[in-house]
Design a protein around this ligand. Structure first.
Ligand code: NDP
Length: 406
């Protein structure tokens, strides 16, 4: 192993999925780093905010004292091929590897379950983790509805267990993201952002779905400066401060309740007069003394600047068109997800909302040898347990299909 030529520092917290993702990405580069744990050293929070030019999110990653930002930022650098030069890594030859039996794209419950089944069937699967290792469950807190955990389990912990089980049976893992695929001929070819090409006989697509944003310019400008989609990562920065959550589904309910541990008040903003969330979770929100609900309302602007971060939001009542300002220090967006299918455009059949179409009672897609599992092909149930179930089906479908190919 060659000597590391840069000094890397990372500000982190426990139960921070983006911190875990950053560590996985940096580990895959073979580098090491020093961790500053804000849970153990809370007084260093101000130091981090100052050094990062006002950012209020973990992780914050510094290379030789220069702030690179958080996980999304280093993933973007990796995407642009700029991370290796920053880490002063040697250029590696990019070659086509051997032909794999089955490659699994995605590392949520569907991908890991497919890996467990494929590995136990001696298919020697390769799992490509993608830019959101662990998937959506890594951004949730308590998961109460995954069978086998009567007391509930933390989302990131559950995904860690999934991963270990897949590892135990010999799944090979690759940290990286595929940005182009060729499904027109077999074996299929997958092109990674790093430039590497991978060839596989069967493909299981378990790329899941990603968090949606409101689409405001001010929301993007103030992301990580008070605008967040991860309460477990960033709630801590708003201790004793008022914050707002947008959304009316289970995620918004869960985030709002979790954030009451830190915030002085949580205002939940929903565009209709009825929640989509399950009754049990909606009731927790409705009866919580620290949560105020603004019905029929939308966030029309996020107020603040780079230095101060978020200072407030502009809220529009959709029934009266009345606009008012609300002073908050943080805005948590929890408005659902969209399927990650853009790399398959024109190659796999998707429905009008972008979800992959599978043949009834199976995981077969429109291309023979390609199987889809989890949220990427499911807009109805979207549960961790149903994703895991279809991951199992995809591995069995792939195994049986490969057996017919001789
Ligand atoms: P959902 O799609 O269920 O809800 C999204 C919410 O955001 C809806 O209330 C929707 O409004 C609102 N919304 C969508 N787009 C916008 C927009 N542009 N502006 C403002 N509001 C918007 O997503 P969730 O992430 O909440 O949940 C996904 C799945 O995960 C669900 O099946 C849920 O049950 C499950 N889940 C389960 C949990 C648990 O059991 N512990 C925890 C978290 C999630 P509208 O209602 O008007 O469409």
């Amino acid at each position: 192993m060659t000597e590391q030529r840069v000094n890397i520092e990372m500000y982190v917290r426990d139960h921070c999925p983006y911190c875990d993702n950053a560590k996985i990405l940096l580990s895959s580069k073979g580098v090491t780093w020093t961790e500053i744990h804000l849970g153990k050293e809370p007084h260093r929070k101000e130091e981090m905010i100052l050094r990062s030019g006002g950012r209020r999110t973990v992780p914050e990653i510094f290379v030789d004292g220069v702030c690179l930002g958080g996980f999304d930022d280093i993933a973007a650098l990796e995407h642009q091929g700029k991370l290796d030069p920053i880490l002063k890594l040697q250029h590696k030859e990019k070659t086509m590897t051997d032909i794999h039996n089955v490659v699994i794209l995605g590392s949520g419950p569907a991908g890991y379950t497919a890996a467990v089944y494929a590995a136990r069937a001696n298919m020697k699967p390769l799992l490509i983790a993608g830019n959101e290792p662990g998937g959506q469950l890594t951004t949730t807190t308590e998961v109460e509805n995954f069978p086998g955990f009567p007391e509930g389990v933390q989302g990131p912990e559950l995904m860690e267990l999934f991963r270990k089980q897949a590892e135990r049976f010999g799944t090979a893992f690759l940290q990286g993201s595929v940005d182009k695929v060729d499904l027109s001929k077999r074996p299929f070819t997958l092109h990674l952002e790093s430039g590497q090409a991978i060839s596989t006989r069967a493909l299981i697509v378990a790329t899941g779905a990603s968090a949606k944003w409101l689409g405001l310019e001010s929301e993007q400008r103030l992301r990580n400066r008070g605008v967040s989609a991860c309460a477990t990562c960033d709630g801590f920065f708003f201790r004793g401060k008022p914050i707002a959550v947008v959304g009316g589904g289970d995620t918004a309910m869960e985030e709002a309740v979790y954030l009451t541990h830190f915030a002085s008040q949580v205002t939940l903003i929903h565009r209709r007069d009825d929640f989509r969330a399950s009754k049990i979770m909606a009731d927790r929100v409705k009866t919580h003394p620290k949560i105020k609900i603004l019905w029929d309302s939308a966030v029309s602007e996020v107020l603040g600047d780079d230095k101060a971060g978020v200072t407030g939001i502009q809220v529009k009542n959709l029934k009266t068109n009345q606009v008012s300002n609300l002073a908050v220090d943080g805005l948590f967006v929890a408005i659902g997800h969209q399927p990650n299918t853009s790399i398959f455009n024109g190659q796999l059949q998707v429905d009008e909302t972008g979800y992959i179409v599978t043949k009834p009672h199976s995981t077969y897609t429109s291309v023979e040898g390609v199987f889809a599992a989890g949220d990427v092909a499911d807009k109805t149930y979207r549960q961790a347990i149903s994703a895991a179930g279809t991951g199992c089906m995809a591995a069995i479908d792939a195994e049986r299909w490969l057996a017919t190919q001789g």
